[in-house]
Design a binder for this molecule. Structure first.
Ligand code: FAD
Length: 452
């Protein structure tokens, strides 16, 4: 029987808890996956403390699962084998902002929205934007992206240096501050998206981007999904560079109208954002975008220039998840997250829509990235219904893989996607397993994830 009170020799008493409510809070994320209680939750303040905790856990053969804000959608931080949850909430310092280098050094528990508030003072920002109140550690863990990834890329494109505690407690510093480097294996990339299965990140040096001066936003509705999704491809091909390009199906708009008392046209919708220097340049781009929308049969086009207009036109997108959840109180979400090459996006959306026609399902997604979310609301306790949800998930993922895409564009593998790893990665999965065994031979870091 492990004596978790020994941890109080490493951290002060306040930062070690086996209390019922604390364990419950760390037993689930935002997904439908079954909760699983950790035995103990700890809050390190320094890399050295995190390393000492890991060494203790290794000696006692206790699983360790890193925890950011618990906003994952695939069960990624659920401690399925119990043990220790290492919560980074109290390790949340912005260590340094280096405007002249376009870099920030942060601790893992910094919430990216807080970081962006601070960076705005220097006219900078950290672009990946998953929407939820995620931490930098959790974003690196999942290689999160968001509405602006079509222009700026995903978290992996912004990780320059990492401080990582390995499963044996050793601390390494991977990467450097140079804007380019050909030196050795890209270890920051290895840890990014590894969901805490290979190492625990305590600090990161992030690349930053300059805040755009001006914005232009467009909301266009179309008679069919195909009209909307074809527009995506044509806008990208025309050399326009959207900063965001989101698709919402008609029933998503219906829920938003009902939930938020709006009167938007209930048709397949594209939300677009462009950024630039001058209003005149943006107005010219806007005319071009409108022309492409009209060629694709747009039924309505609402647009505007400036930050306020952007906020007005985009507000609905930020409410989508909450509105759907509120509209179906009592049901749980399963959010599929496939991504495919842009040329297959229309087919993928069409196929997905057909697959879930008998379910309570909503389609929306980061269209400019070829990423579609099929958001199903149902009851995981109803075995027959849930089997149908799982069947639809499987067939949608298989279609995405047939299109040479991926089972997850941004939410990660967690618990729900491990069953697709072999099909997606083939022989490469063996190399992933070997890497895991090399770094974590006892399988103590976030066990029960990635591999069946
Ligand atoms: C409303 C809503 C909208 C969302 N939209 C998006 C979206 O558009 N794009 C997107 O990508 N995601 C989205 N997500 C999912 C989620 O917000 C992101 O994946 C986010 O990055 C998770 O961050 P977190 O801090 O909550 O991490 P957690 O959920 O706590 O953890 C995520 C994973 O990282 C690991 N981890 C956490 N901290 C560390 C660390 N310090 N070192 C190593 N591993 C660590 C955990 O063990 C876990 O495996 C959304 C979620 C919600 C609820």
């Amino acid at each position: 029987m492990t004596d978790f009170s020994e941890l109080k020799a490493i951290l002060d008493e306040r930062r070690v808890s086996s209390g019922e409510s604390v364990r419950h809070l760390h037993s689930h994320d935002e997904s439908f996956h079954a909760p699983s209680l950790p035995d103990v939750v700890v809050w390190p303040h320094t890399t050295e403390e995190a390393s000492r905790l890991v060494r203790w856990a290794r000696e006692k053969r206790v699983p360790v699962t890193a925890w950011g804000a618990g906003t994952s959608l695939e069960g990624n931080p659920i401690p399925v084998r119990g043990g220790m949850v290492m919560d980074f909430n109290e390790m949340n310092r912005i260590i340094a902002v280096r405007p002249e280098d376009f870099q920030a050094d942060v601790q893992a528990g910094v919430i990216y929205k807080e970081l962006n508030k601070r960076l705005a003072r220097d006219g900078l920002f950290f672009p990946p934007d998953p929407g939820a109140a995620a931490t930098i550690g959790g974003m690196i863990g999942n290689n999160a992206s968001g509405i602006r990834s079509v222009r700026y890329g995903a978290t992996k494109d912004y990780v320059m240096r990492l401080t990582v505690v390995l499963p044996d407690g050793e601390v390494i510093h991977a990467g450097n501050r140079a804007r380019k480097s050909s030196s050795g294996y890209n270890l920051p990339a290895l840890f990014t998206g590894s969901e805490g299965t290979l190492g625990i990140i305590t600090e990161a040096t992030l690349k930053l981007a300059g805040l755009p001066v001006n914005f232009m936003a467009v909301r266009a509705t179309f008679p069919t999904v195909l009209n909307a999704t074809t527009t995506v491809y044509q806008i990208m091909r025309a050399g326009l560079a959207p900063a965001a390009m989101e698709f919402l199906d008609a029933n998503v708009v219906r829920v938003l109208n009902a939930d938020r008392d709006l009167t938007l046209e209930e048709n397949p919708t594209l939300l677009m954002e462009f950024s630039g220097y001058s209003r005149q340049g943006l107005a010219e781009e806007m005319a071009f975008v409108e022309e492409i929308c009209q060629q694709n049969g747009a039924l309505s086009i609402d647009r505007g220039i400036g930050a306020e207009e952007r906020a007005r036109l985009w507000e609905i997108r930020h409410q989508t998840y909450e509105s759907i959840k509120r509209y179906h109180t009592g049901l749980s979400p399963l959010i599929m997250d496939v991504a495919v090459p842009l040329s297959r996006y229309s087919e993928m959306v069409d196929f997905s829509k057909n697959e879930v026609r008998d379910l309570t399902a909503y389609l929306f997604g980061h269209a400019g990235d070829g990423n579609i979310h099929v958001h199903v609301m149902d009851d995981p306790q109803d075995a027959k219904r849930w089997a149908r949800v799982e069947e639809a998930t499987r067939s949608i993922v298989m279609k995405a893989l047939e299109f040479e895409g991926t089972c997850t564009g941004e939410h990660g593998i967690g618990i729900g996607k491990s069953r697709f790893m072999e099909t997606e990665h083939g022989a490469s999965l063996m190399l992933m397993k070997r890497l895991k065994a090399l770094l974590d031979p006892e399988n103590l870091f976030n066990p029960g994830k990635f591999f069946l």
